[in-house]
Design a protein around this ligand. Structure first.
Ligand SMILES: [Zn+2]
Length: 248
């Protein structure tokens, strides 16, 4: 059984979230840099004492600091910033008097309302667009496999792009709406195929490849570029949390 515990440490004066992941499958202590900025995972075999794992961590502080410094900087969702949508760059524009909430056209995303709420409105809209696109893609792949998914939800997981439960519910990262459409489509097909095969067997991959021509290219993209999708943040929301009771 995998056991997780969360810890806060400092590296060069900056806060760092460490998830300690204790697992029977690990052979040795390992440090993984998470896609989410400012967070790493310390993988610890079951038989290894926590003290030893933290010693390993401390002896690698320099390496961790360097890897974190190499991560691309965060991009706040605000007017003038550039974000990808379906893999295409878009400039965020504030359109206070526009009717409706968000309008995407010609490489621009216009957001109405007060400037202070722009980040939240845009993030809500991106999640809605992600849910829509993933619902369409997952449902059509599933129906090709003779299945119908249960609930389809979007979340913001740190390390996974999609998940399928034994009950047939699918969940996805909303950040897939930022990625090229073929990447979103691949993750949707991958999770839909888990409705038939709850494993990564050859039979599972046959299903996925019946729908997606180049699964290797999509996997490679997620490995190499996926972390970059975690750069985009609505920082204003976090700042406002103390004052607002707000809706989740
Ligand atoms: Zn899978």
């Amino acid at each position: 059984m995998v056991q997780l515990s969360r810890h806060h440490v400092e590296i060069n004066g900056s806060p760092l979230h460490v998830t300690l992941r204790r697992t029977p499958r690990a052979r040795r202590v390992q440090i993984r840099i998470d896609p989410e900025p400012g967070s790493v995972t310390l993988v610890v075999p079951n038989h290894c004492a926590s003290g030893l794992a933290w010693e390993f961590f401390d002896s690698h502080r320099g390496w961790i600091a360097k890897r974190l410094a190499d991560q691309p900087p965060l991009v706040t969702l605000r007017a003038g910033a550039e974000i990808p949508f379906a893999g295409q760059p878009h400039i965020i524009r504030h359109a206070p008097d526009m009717r409706g909430v968000v309008d995407r056209r010609d490489g621009q995303i216009h957001v109405s309302g007060e400037a202070a709420h722009l980040g939240r409105r845009l993030e809500d809209w991106l999640k809605k667009e992600a849910r829509k696109a993933l619902h369409i893609a997952a449902t059509s792949h599933a129906s090709a496999f003779g299945k119908r998914p249960g609930r389809i939800t979007v979340r913001d997981p740190k390390t996974r792009w999609g998940a399928c439960t034994a009950a047939g519910n699918l969940s996805f990262s909303w950040r897939l709406i930022l990625a090229p459409t073929e990447i979103l489509d691949y993750v949707a097909a991958h999770e839909a195929a888990h409705l038939v095969e709850m494993n990564h067997s050859p039979a599972f991959w046959r299903l996925v490849r019946s729908r997606i021509s180049d699964t290797d290219a999509a996997d490679r993209w997620l490995r190499e570029q996926g972390a970059g999708l975690h750069r985009y943040r609505n920082v204003a929301r976090q700042a406002a949390c103390g004052r607002q009771t707000g809706k989740a």
